[in-house]
Design a protein around this ligand. Structure first.
Ligand code: FES
Ligand code: FES
Length: 155
């Protein structure tokens, strides 16, 4: 039995210790916003925040999990969007959408430590997130727009 805190709520799960966090989230907790892409830490589709830091959920066995998890479901809701989510809609970033929860998670992580990222900062922070639809230009615009909104809100 393992206890994990996801989106501010403690959960107990009775699974094998080697089960990756990704499958605990999707199969045990029903949080299917976090996507399975490669399963080996290379595509970023499974990104979640672990104590605020973007982390690959496919690469963490549940027995090794330390810290609080925030999934895309915990970042914002349609009624209370995070600035990044609002910017994603404003810039119509998503194409097929599959990579986008991971992209949003990585963008939120970036903006929590850098409120004025350059193109190079954005590219570096999101370099581990792959988009087969090629939405990278719109992603950059949306991250900059969210950064400006966050700077205004905290001015
Ligand atoms: S599914 Fe985790 S990095 Fe690709
Ligand atoms: S929007 Fe299709 S993979 Fe990124």
């Amino acid at each position: 039995m393992f206890t994990l805190n996801v989106n501010g709520v403690d959960h107990e799960v009775d699974v094998a210790g080697e089960m990756p966090l990704l499958w605990v989230l999707r199969e045990e907790l029903g949080l299917v916003g976090t996507k399975y892409g490669c399963g080996v830490g290379l595509c970023g589709a499974c990104s979640v925040l672990l104590d605020g830091q973007a982390t690959r959920a496919c690469a963490i066995p549940i027995a090794g999990l330390r810290g609080k998890v925030t999934t895309i479901e915990g970042i914002g809701t349609p009624a209370a969007q995070h600035a990044v989510q609002a910017a994603w809609i404003e810039h119509q970033v998503a194409q097929c959408g599959y990579c986008q929860p991971g992209m949003v998670v990585s963008a939120v992580s970036l903006l929590s430590r850098n409120r004025d990222p350059s193109d190079a900062d954005i590219d570096a922070a999101l370099s581990g997130n792959l988009c087969r639809c090629g939405t990278y230009v719109r992603i950059r615009e949306a991250v900059k727009s969210a950064a400006a909104k966050l700077r205004e809100a905290h001015a």
